[in-house]
Design a protein around this ligand. Sequence first.
Ligand SMILES: [Fe+2]
Length: 192
Amino acid sequence: MVSDLIRFRDPDDCYDHEIFWGLSTSSVRFASPIGAEFVAGSEGLGHVLQVVSDRARYESLSLDVLGFRLSDHVDLAPGLAATFLHCNPRHHSFAFAPKVEGRPLGVGHFLLEVTDLDVIGRAMEHIEDGPHRLLKTFGRHSNDRMTSFYLLTPSDVGLEFGTGGIKIDDETWTPTRYDTAHFWGHHSVDHH
Ligand SMILES: [Fe+2]
């Protein structure tokens, strides 16, 4: 579905990355069965947060090789900062955090964004009533201002479903340092 691509393995030997050009388009219009309109297109699918073993290597790969730019840092705990990077108006497309005890390397969560808060609310009710597992309660992020909740997918990767993420541009954006990732909410739900 692309004209050409190259592929490389990431530093932690977790994933293959593909760099492509000439993405095929479809003339068939996407119609969501739940009336969701996704924020995607030139902003890409969403974002991904990866737990990594060596932040310097991911910084070098993302900034120096792939050309991402710094959005900001969030201090999660003393000496433990997550790095958020952008490559288009979406506040961040890729983020990484150093590994801590008990968290496996690899993607912790990925985000899908929609345009309508009601779609998020209805999805959240489905999660509460159904067999799916809520991971983090409804809340709002400090840095990208995303209002979202998290669920655990059947493959045990987190999925953040959100709305209202900010757009940034390099003319005016100044990277910031936050002391929390959440203005409110996003409380972890224990399944054990
Ligand atoms: Fe996220």
